[in-house]
Design a protein around this ligand. Structure first.
Ligand code: ZN
Length: 131
């Protein structure tokens, strides 16, 4: 298992980690199998989506802000409940196939770390299993 450290710079941010994950897959030596990613945090998530147009990342954050609004009567005393809810909507883990030592992703797909309560130091684990 490997770990990707991520230093986020803003309260909400979408960080492309595709290159770091691809490096971890290459270092694992696994040619064919599965790459599992796990976000070790309750106010962040990971997703696969478009990497080409940065507006897509901004639109996802905008949509989530409208789905999960800041002004609701949340109970959680830490005051960051919207970030917790967004984390659960996006999800904390991904599994991506590995073929020929490379991640199997579509042309426009990238792996995106989603920060909802930054800036913080974050970690994503990468577990590559051969099949
Ligand atoms: Zn909290």
């Amino acid at each position: 298992m490997r770990e990707i450290p991520i230093k986020t710079q803003a309260r909400e941010e979408m960080v492309d980690i595709t290159r770091e994950v691809a490096s971890a897959v290459a270092e694992s030596g696994v040619k064919n199998g599965m790459c599992h990613l796990n976000c070790l945090h309750t106010t962040a998530g990971i997703t696969v989506n478009e990497n080409a147009d940065p507006d897509v990342k901004a639109d996802i954050l905008m949509a989530l802000r409208n789905i999960v609004q800041d002004g609701w009567p949340y109970a959680h005393a830490e005051g960051n409940s919207p970030a917790h809810v967004k984390s659960s909507i996006i999800g904390a883990s991904l599994a991506i196939p590995v073929s020929g030592g490379r991640l199997v992703l579509g042309t426009w797909q990238g792996i995106i770390f989603c920060e909802f309560d930054g800036p913080r130091s974050r970690r994503v684990t990468v577990t590559v299993v051969g099949a």
